[in-house]
Design a protein around this ligand. Structure first.
Ligand code: IPE
Ligand code: IPE
Ligand code: MG
Length: 244
């Protein structure tokens, strides 16, 4: 399906998209390459997907790049990923944010545990992103459970004694973006892996077998078309036209 076919139905319906970019390691292993090559290829693909998502009229994209659990990986892989993130933010993200008046990038997750020089670049990118109309959230050292605990602690530390859903939402890392309408996971696994636990309460889910570095624009279009064909009820009942 071409992007033309789904462009119009998608516009307006899907405002916020989130993607669990899984499968980089398997992509590399299947080619007899070290896992880090999969991560390098995965980072390149982000650029194309980002541009395509913008063409579809979506205003918020959230990408899962590194979870709070990913520190468990071998030291060499973690170091390789941190160095890749640093290069990406410094040489790709910041120049793009500077030259594109609409593009902003925010980093959701616990930045305090990131290497100092990466953390500084993330903060610089965020500062340059203020007031931008398209926001790409990169989930870096992100965990949904940690986010909820952090939000509650922040609310208490600012003097709140009772939590409400609305209040807690304001303390989430994602308070600047709407909840995702659709979450796509590549790599074929039917699990949430601690991603946007709070925000995805009523998100639609699509799992693709495709490994992240192999994702195509057409597959994204197909996901948007599948999303558009679903009936979202949010626990309610959709009125059907009365007979007769
Ligand atoms: C996702 O790909 C990227 C990160 C978690 C950083 P993986 O590295 O998890 O790839 P697979 O799932 O092992 O193939
Ligand atoms: C989820 O993938 C995290 C990211 C894509 C960054 P994982 O590969 O870490 O998830 P599990 O271990 O298969 O659940
Ligand atoms: Mg994985």
């Amino acid at each position: 399906m071409s992007s033309q076919n789904v462009n119009n139905p998608a516009k307006g319906a899907l405002k916020s998209l989130a993607i669990i970019m899984d499968g980089n390691g398997r992509w590399a292993t299947r080619r007899g390459l070290p896992r880090k090559e999969g991560h390098i290829q995965g980072a390149k693909v982000v650029e194309r997907v980002l541009a395509h998502v913008r063409e579809l009229g979506i205003h918020h994209l959230t990408l899962y790049a590194f979870s709070t659990e990913n520190w468990k990986r071998p030291e060499e892989e973690v170091e390789g990923l941190m160095s890749l993130f640093y290069k990406y933010v410094t040489h790709v993200a910041i120049p793009k944010i500077k030259s594109d008046p609409e593009l902003g990038m925010m980093f959701i997750g616990d930045k305090s545990a990131l290497p100092e020089k990466l953390r500084k670049k993330c903060i610089e990118a965020e500062r340059l992103s203020e007031g931008k109309s398209f926001i790409c959230n990169i989930a870096l050292n992100y965990g949904g459970r940690a986010e909820i605990v952090n939000a509650a602690n922040k609310a208490f530390s600012e003097g709140h004694t009772t939590l409400t859903e609305e209040l807690l939402s304001r303390y989430m890392y994602t308070s600047h973006s709407p909840d995702p309408d659709l979450v796509i996971r590549t790599g074929g696994d039917f699990r949430i892996s601690n991603f946007l636990l709070w925000q995805s309460a009523y998100s639609e889910y699509i799992i693709l077998d495709t490994l992240w570095p192999d994702i195509t624009d057409e597959e994204i279009d197909d996901c948007v078309a599948r999303f558009n064909s679903r009936e979202r009820r949010f626990g309610g009942v959709v009125d059907k036209p009365k007979k007769g």
